[in-house]
Design a protein around this ligand. Structure first.
Ligand code: NAP
Length: 311
């Protein structure tokens, strides 16, 4: 069984930041990457992470984070963690039948895109239905695109998609956006974007080649209609990737991990950082802050263990 001082689960901004801090503290630390770069890695342009006044692509920013962590000696393995258990205070991380043991654990597994759960969504996934504009946007040049949702992701990615699509419809179930004001403004002033308010998607329709349209229903009038589109990008929120933990740590009703202000969970030596944690603001900047605190607290925990003090 491989042994480490600390194991980090997750290869997004929080995971790499925890890696930078713990590796720089000369700890023997292993990170399981899962989805390299996490959600930030597939964001076209990040404009609110300080230090990059012109903005930076999520992929570039995550590459820099990773490079910095590796420079300080972070070990990285790919693979999704199947489960975690605690035996006599040791944290046992199971990946593909292998067990890895550490004294401290930082959970930075982020969150994944929610599904709409409508007919056609699964059937046309990869053939018009997507959850990642930076990955798939370029497939939809000069054709109409539908974006579903009214949060920051929907609005920002809709603006990004206007460089490809002939037109981008934002279908939102209310008549007010949830996105922050700056992102709203960008969408409102983009002539290629048309808002379809108070409307939900009932079905994604298509033929053997892929998506041809989206059937929507106005929730106020009950009226249904089909919007012709070849691409459908779904941004209806996220769910934290914490199911693999079972009930090992305390979570809220949506699955977000509950921590104290030092990012410590109810289990000593287990910390959570970033989008998998219950908190006010889900951003790269706050993921970085969480992870720096989590790594610092983990380092103090390791020092107390080594000194034979109570943890
Ligand atoms: P979000 O903020 O939770 O927004 C989800 C949107 O989808 C909401 O507008 C919601 O409508 C709608 N929705 C949810 N379920 C739906 C359903 N079944 N059918 C139709 N619409 C549905 O999620 P997000 O945009 O992915 O953002 C996640 C977090 O990351 C947020 O905290 C966000 O601020 C942050 N983020 C920030 C930036 C940035 O540039 N600052 C960029 C991306 C993400 P209602 O509004 O009616 O609830």
């Amino acid at each position: 069984m491989e042994k480490y001082d600390a194991i980090i689960i997750g290869g997004g901004p929080a995971g790499y930041t925890a890696g930078i801090y713990l590796a720089r503290a000369a700890r023997n630390v292993l990170l399981f990457e899962g989805v390299p770069g996490g959600q930030a890695g597939t964001t076209d342009l990040i404009e609110n992470y300080p230090g990059f006044p012109e903005g930076i692509s999520g992929a570039d920013l995550m590459e820099k984070f990773k490079h910095q962590a590796v420079k300080f000696g972070l070990k990285i393995k790919d693979g999704m963690v199947d489960s975690v258990e605690v035996r006599e205070g040791k944290k046992i991380v199971k990946v593909r039948e292998q067990e890895y043991v550490a004294d401290a654990l930082v959970i930075a597994t982020g969150a994944d895109a929610n599904k709409l759960g409508v007919p056609g969504e699964e059937e046309y996934r990869g053939r018009g239905v997507s959850y990642c504009a930076t990955c798939d946007g370029a497939f939809f040049k000069n054709v109409p695109i539908v974006v579903v949702g009214g949060g920051d992701s929907a609005v920002k990615e809709a603006v990004y998609l206007t460089q490809f699509g002939s037109k981008v419809y934002i279908v939102h179930r209310r008549d007010k956006l949830r996105a922050e004001k700056a992102n709203q403004e960008m969408a409102f002033k983009n002539e290629k974007i048309e808002f379809v308010w108070n409307s939900v998607v009932e079905e994604i329709i298509g033929d053997k080649l892929g998506v041809t349209g989206v059937r929507i229903r106005n929730v106020k009038t009950g009226e249904t209609k089909v919007i012709d589109a070849e691409g459908v990008f779904i941004y209806v929120g996220v769910t934290p990737n914490t199911a693999f933990l079972g009930d090992l740590v305390e979570k809220d009703e949506k699955g977000y991990i509950i921590t104290n202000e030092n990012m410590e969970t109810n289990i000593p030596g287990i910390y959570a950082a970033g989008d998998c944690r219950k908190k006010l603001l889900y951003q790269v900047a706050t993921a970085v802050g969480d992870a720096a605190t989590a790594a610092w607290a983990a380092e103090e925990y390791l020092e107390r263990l080594e000194a034979g003090q109570e943890v």
